[in-house]
Every structure is written in C-alpha cells, then in structure tokens.
Design a protein around this ligand. Structure first.
Ligand code: HEC
Length: 149
C-alpha cells in the first residue's frame, strides 16, 4: 500500500506543532536551571575557601546570613541600602538611587554572574565592615538569598 502523501503531511505538521509547544513549555526553565548551577558553583567555591579559613567549618547557614545582613556596624548595615527584605527594591543610602531586589526569586539576574557578585561583595563589605567579608559570611549570605521564596 502506498501511503497517502496528504495524510503524511498533516501528521508532520501535527508533530512539529507539538514540538513547538514542548519547546515553549521547556524553555523558561533553562535560565533558572543555569542560574541554580551558577549559585551552586559559587557556593562550592566559598565552601572550599571557608574550609581554608577555618578547619572547623561545617556548612553555611541561612539564619547566620540573615543576621549578617541586618547587623549594623556604626549606623550602616547591608539592609541600609537593600531594605529589610531581599525581595524588595532598595535605595542607596547615600545617592538615593534605586537598587533592584537581591533575591533571585524576585530578580532573575541576581547571583547569575560570579564576577559581579564578587565585585559588589568587595565594595559593600568594605563600606559596611571596613574589611573584606570572609568566605563564610559570603556563603551564609548567598545561602540566605537563595532560600528566599
Ligand atoms: C551603600 C549602599 C549599599 C550597602 C550598604 C550594601 N550594598 Fe549591596 N549593592 C549596592 C549596589 C549599588 C549594588 C549594585 C547595583 C545593582 O546591581 O543593582 C549592590 C549589589 C550587591 C550584590 C550583587 C548581587 C548580584 O548578583 O548582582 C550583592 C551580593 C550585595 N550587594 C550584597 C551586599 C551585602 C552582603 C551588603 C552588606 C555587607 C551590602 N550589599 C550592602 C549597594 C549597597
């Protein structure tokens, strides 16, 4: 029997529209997965560094990260510019400029570029603590940001 070419064409069209739908359904999860991969790699590097800093180091703690975020040194804390919630738009304490939310759940670009994260840790830790943050402080903080839902 010879296959009906019309039927075959209809079937192919159906398959390609199914594939298109599948692609749309799957696509939005890619950036989120890529980001989780980056955050996990970032945390791994902080974990290795934290072990070097302190052989008694066990693991990061979201609770410590939250306390660190709110802790004041003089009259400045991380929350001074980033508000009390990592899901809220912040405001720079000196310039008044808006700062987008820090938690990846509220802002997909956060924690997606390790060089940017490091750059801002360097600047902000110096502003607030007058010293670099330790690897444990950074890991605790990132763990807390990721845990925000
Ligand atoms: C004087 C204001 C100010 C303070 C205080 C401050 N930050 Fe920031 N922070 C900023 C600005 C400005 C940016 C970059 C602007 C942007 O990316 O929206 C930023 C960006 C960041 C980022 C980059 C995240 C990413 O993936 O893009 C991290 C992490 C961060 N801050 C952590 C902290 C921590 C931790 C503290 C406390 C030790 C802190 N910040 C205190 C102003 C501040």
């Amino acid at each position: 029997m010879v296959a009906n070419p019309m039927k075959k064409e209809v079937a192919m069209t159906r398959i390609s529209s199914l594939l298109a739908v599948a692609a749309i359904l799957v696509a939005p999860s890619f950036p989120a997965q890529a980001q989780t991969g980056i955050s996990a790699a970032l945390l791994d590097s902080y974990r290795n560094a934290a072990r070097q800093e302190d052989s008694g180091f066990r693991d990061f703690s979201a609770r410590r990260g939250e306390a660190f975020f709110h802790a004041k040194n003089g009259d400045l804390s991380c929350a001074s510019c980033h508000t009390d919630s990592p899901k809220q738009t912040g405001r720079h304490a000196k310039t008044g400029k808006a700062i987008e939310a820090l938690a990846p759940v509220a802002n997909a670009r956060r924690l997606s570029d390790p060089a940017k994260v490091e750059k801002w840790f360097k600047r902000n830790c110096n502003d607030v603590l007058q010293r670099p943050c330790t690897a444990r402080e950074k890991g605790d903080f990132v763990t807390w940001l990721i845990s925000a839902q």
